[in-house]
Design a protein around this ligand. Structure first.
Ligand code: KDG
Length: 306
C-alpha cells in the first residue's frame, strides 16, 4: 500500500527561455502540479501512487515511463479516452511566466469519484489533493471532494488557484468542502489568499482557513517563508535561501509533495513544513516543474544547516 496518494493531471511540458510571443525553441519535459508533487514526494522518501488517467498516445507512454523512472507507483495511472494534457510555458522579460494550456477534454479531465473508489485512498497515510485537479471538470471536482471524504482527516490540500482554469467562486466552493476534512491546507500568498480568502495578509488568511474547519494551515509566502497556524499554535517559519534561482515553476508543488511525504512518515507538521520549504528552495535551481528535484538527503542537509 502506498504511503502517499496524489490525484491529478500529469502534463507534457514545453518550456522556453523566451517569451511565448516569439519563442521558437522549446524543451520537452514532464510536469503538471500532481506529477511535480509526486516526484518530490518520491524523492523525499515516500512510496507514492499517482492516481490519474492519461491518453493512449505516445505522450501517455512517456508520462508513465517518466513517473516510473522517478519511483512513482504507476498502477493507478490508467490509460483511456482523451489525449494526454500539455502546457506551454515561456519566460517574459520581467521574469514572470506565461502559461498556455492544451488540456481541455484531456484523459485526466475524465477522472471521477468512481476512480477514487478504485484507488488506495482510504489505506494511504496521506492524500494530497489540489485545486487544479478540482478545476479540470465537474467530474474532477466531484472526485476531489469524494477523496477528501474518503481519506478522513489525512488530506493535505493545495488550493493552487489558476485563473485560466476556474473562478474564485468555484475554487472557494471546493475549499469550503475540503477544508473541514484537511489535516493541512497550503494557500499561497498572495495568489490563493486573495482569490479565495479575500486577503493578502498571511495571518488573516490562516485564521479564515481555520474558520472553514482545517486542522492546520501553512500559508506560503515565497522568500518570506511560511506562516503556520493550527488550532493551538501560530508560528513563522523562514524560507531557506536558494543557492541558485533558475525558475520558480513547481516550487509550490515540491513544497506540498515533500511535506506530504514527511507527514506520511510520521513527522510533525512543523518538521514536515520545514522539509517542504527546503525542497522548494532546491527546486528553484531547475527549469520547469521537474528540472531539479530535492532528495531526502539534500533536504536533511539543508535542515541541519538551520
Ligand atoms: O505549479 C506548476 C504548475 O502550475 C505547472 O506544472 C502547470 O500543472 C500546471 C498547472 O495546471 O498550472
Amino acid at each position: 500500500v502506498p504511503d502517499v496518494v496524489i490525484i491529478g493531471e500529469p502534463l507534457v511540458e514545453f518550456s522556453a527561455a523566451d517569451p511565448l510571443t516569439h519563442a521558437e525553441t522549446f524543451r520537452l519535459s514532464f510536469s503538471g502540479d500532481a506529477l511535480n508533487a509526486a516526484v518530490a514526494a518520491s524523492a523525499a522518501g515516500a512510496h507514492v501512487a499517482l492516481v490519474t488517467r492519461t491518453g493512449e498516445d505516445e505522450f501517455g507512454d512517456r508520462l508513465v515511463e517518466f513517473a516510473a523512472r522517478h519511483g512513482i507507483d504507476t498502477r493507478w495511472m490508467w490509460r483511456g479516452p482523451g489525449h494526454s494534457g500539455a502546457y506551454v510555458v515561456g519566460a517574459d522579460p520581467l521574469g514572470t511566466r506565461a502559461f498556455a494550456y492544451l488540456r481541455s477534454g484531456s484523459a485526466a479531465s475524465r477522472l471521477g469519484p468512481s476512480d477514487v473508489d478504485r484507488a488506495p485512498v482510504a489505506e494511504a497515510r496521506a492524500v494530497l489533493l489540489s485545486g487544479i485537479t478540482a478545476a479540470l471538470s465537474d467530474s474532477c471536482a466531484a472526485a476531489v471532494v469524494h477523496a477528501a471524504e474518503k481519506a478522513g482527516g489525512k488530506v493535505v490540500y493545495d488550493p493552487n488557484f489558476r485563473s485560466r482554469l476556474t473562478t474564485p467562486a468555484d475554487a472557494r466552493e471546493i475549499l469550503v468542502k475540503v477544508a473541514p476534512r484537511a489535516a493541512l491546507v497550503l494557500p499561497s500568498c498572495p495568489t490563493d489568499t486573495s482569490a479565495l480568502l479575500d486577503t493578502t495578509d498571511p495571518e488573516e488568511a490562516a485564521e479564515a482557513c481555520l474558520d472553514l474547519g482545517a486542522a492546520a494551515v501553512a500559508v506560503t509566502c515565497g522568500a518570506d517563508g511560511v506562516h503556520l497556524a493550527s488550532r493551538g499554535e501560530r508560528r513563522h517559519l523562514p524560507a531557506f535561501p536558494a543557492t541558485e534561482i533558475v525558475d520558480a515553476t513547481g516550487a509550490g508543488d515540491a513544497f506540498g509533495g515533500a511535506l506530504t511525504a514527511r507527514l506520511a512518515r510520521g513527522a510533525s507538521i512543523v518538521d514536515a513544513v520545514r522539509g517542504g520549504a527546503a525542497a522548494a528552495s532546491i527546486c528553484l535551481g531547475g527549469q520547469g516543474g521537474t528540472g531539479r528535484i530535492a532528495t531526502a538527503a539534500e533536504i536533511e542537509r539543508l535542515l541541519a544547516q538551520g
